[in-house]
Design a protein around this ligand. Sequence first.
Ligand code: F0G
Length: 354
Amino acid sequence: MKWQGLINKYKEYLPVSNKTPIVSLNEGNTPLIFAPHISSLIGEKIKVFLKYEGLNPTGSFKDRGMTMAISKALEDGAHAVMCASTGNTSASAAAYSARAGLKCIVLIPKGAIALGKLAQALIHKAHVIAIDGNFDDALTLVKEITNKYPVTLVNSLNPYRIEGQTTGAYEVCDQLGSPPDILSIPVGNAGNITAYWKGFKRYQEAGKIESLPKMLGFQAAGAAPIVNKKIIEDPKTIATAIKIGNPASWQSAEAARDESNGLIDSVTDEEILNAYKILSSKEGVFVEPASAASVAGILKLAQNNYFTENDEYNIVCVLTGHGLKDPDRAIKSIEEPVIIPAKVESVLKEIGFE
Ligand code: F0G
């Protein structure tokens, strides 16, 4: 049957009814891509797969939660929604609100949003407000306002966001034909690691899978409150999507880590950029820097001999957002093309065919 979005596909696992007006852009069903080069860097018997969430309608995994949050907001009679964002949540909220005819207000940290994401929120006609503060400050303001005024919060503190994002776990299991042994995922506000773990556990309870994966979460080294066990007042990283110092779902991320016998570690900006370049130049997969943290993390662990088992096993890395979201970072990471005369001889000389 034609794909009609993830609520339609997984409604038996989601808090929706026949009365829920489903707002969908046919999100979900993103490819799970085998990564031969990265697999070879990790270990002989290990297969690494990439869950390419950048291929959702607005270019990030946020659409999974947003189709649920906006559908339920509409069902509950809301007129306006609001979020704080490092960019992707606002892009997704703006698009789904446009579709639903809801007013969308977004608070972003001034100067810290990748260009593509800002363009998305604006083109979908959200009311975009930049604050002189970071993401954590923006979220504090949004929580206070949505508590007092008739505006629905659509950050991942909204339980429907997490519910929608559980579908990432169902899809990974359905696509692999079994649960992965390990799931590697970037951690920012910690909603997605929470959602995947909830999804895997729910799929197990439903008898769809037998075992559960180990959850490996990765924060950027300059924005690693869970790893450092303390709030980071002034987080710093080139991976702006996960530049967060006080994650909303801190405790449930720790629970996912501990219950799955996994870990939450940090990766430096250098490690993130290295993985970003390996993904684009060796696997043909273009992601935004934050997404590369999941691959950077397993490369780091492989160097420290974390993967010692002799059995064959599968690792799934969640690649949360598309590379075109952050064109400035891409341009900083490449060499500018040469400019030559428009002549056959010049082209042949340039490519070494003279
Ligand atoms: N990767 C990308 C591309 C993101 O945009 C985010 C979060 C994460 C990873 C981390 O996911 O917060 O569930 O742990 N972006 C949020 C936003 C904060 O506002 O777009 P998380």
